[in-house]
Design a protein around this ligand. Sequence first.
Ligand SMILES: Cc1cc2nc3c(=O)[nH]c(=O)nc-3n(C[C@H](O)[C@H](O)[C@H](O)COP(=O)(O)O)c2cc1C
Length: 384
Amino acid sequence: MTASPSLFSPIKIRDLTITNRVVISPMCQYSAGDGMANDWHLVHLGKFAQGGAGIVFTEAAAVQRRGRITHGDLGIWSDAHGQALAATTAFIRSMGSTSAIQLAHAGRKASMQRPWHGNGPLNNDDRERGEEPWSVIAPSSEPLGEGWLLPSQMSRADIVQVIDDFAAAAARSHAAGFDIVEVHAAHGYLAASFLSPVSNHRQDEYGGNRLGRSRMLMEMVEAVRAAWPEEKPLFVRVSAVDGAPDGWSIEDTVLLAKDLKQIGVDVIDCSSGGILGAATAAKGSPPPLGFQVPFATAVKEQADLMTQAVGLILTPEQAEEIVAQGRADLIAIGREALFNPNWPVHAAQALGADSDWARWPKQYGWWLSRRAKVLESIAEKKST
Ligand SMILES: Cc1cc2nc3c(=O)[nH]c(=O)nc-3n(C[C@H](O)[C@H](O)[C@H](O)COP(=O)(O)O)c2cc1C
């Protein structure tokens, strides 16, 4: 008999029904050419859809060229960039999965090296590779840390331009066939750096108290919502806590989530950290399993909207427990999906939700059901 675990129950958000709760988290591939998606992105994202994920997220896609983290980041700052993603969304849909795009601007964390080139600010070695540094922008003219680029403080015109570019990117995402848009407001990138008192020292209406620091994100989300079809879901990824002294707190996140709900946000995707360097505000090394789940639970319970949990969610049983106990609505996996792109279909089997291989692409399922019988008879013979 087939079981009905919560992880594999469908969920309806606006007019969209998602077949299960497993989400492939946004993961930069540093493999685009001037922001353009290529075969790598189609195959990389396509295999997660084949693997049975309910939602497949692209990596952070930059809404401005200077909003890329590295030279290899995906972009969506022109119509051609959007069109380059259309084959990927079509393939994801053909697998019964849902395509999602994360719209981003890296702010003062732009102009970085790819991880395998050092993960620091671009320097002369990178120049030799033809990868020039570029000038970066931020709410205040303060670098991420010592040795990092000094950003220029954004003018009001810069702010309006970024907001317009997020809206234009949302419209392009719709044209490319995406079903979900997520605004990236986590990990110390531009929107997060406006939210945080650690990085925003503006004296105008985009700084100051929590509401002032939230203004840029609120205006950005309003613009995206207006450019994004009413029937399609809108997510926002936040760093629920900075994990830095006197930084953004979970109480701030709950208040922000309530405001975001009022302007049409459907899901808060709860990550953490990144305001002064690497993402995740994990305490201790290594962080405990599911260390960010309590943020998703706090937002869900206190702001009364759907949440996505992410961060060291490793096993089907762990993921199932989170959804079954109502601690989050969606479970995002990152590195586990890189390790095993078939994680969702394996999880379905482990939880008893796929006794007949029906969740696998038919091109595989038919053969694998027979393979299973062969393996069973080999095991039987061995035991007699
Ligand atoms: C290769 C890689 C690239 C990532 N790129 C992004 C990104 O583009 N946007 C984002 O919000 N998070 C990004 N992250 C963070 C993941 O989405 C996720 O939150 C994090 O890896 C924790 O989940 P995990 O423990 O399941 O890997 C990235 C993580 C990895 C491993």
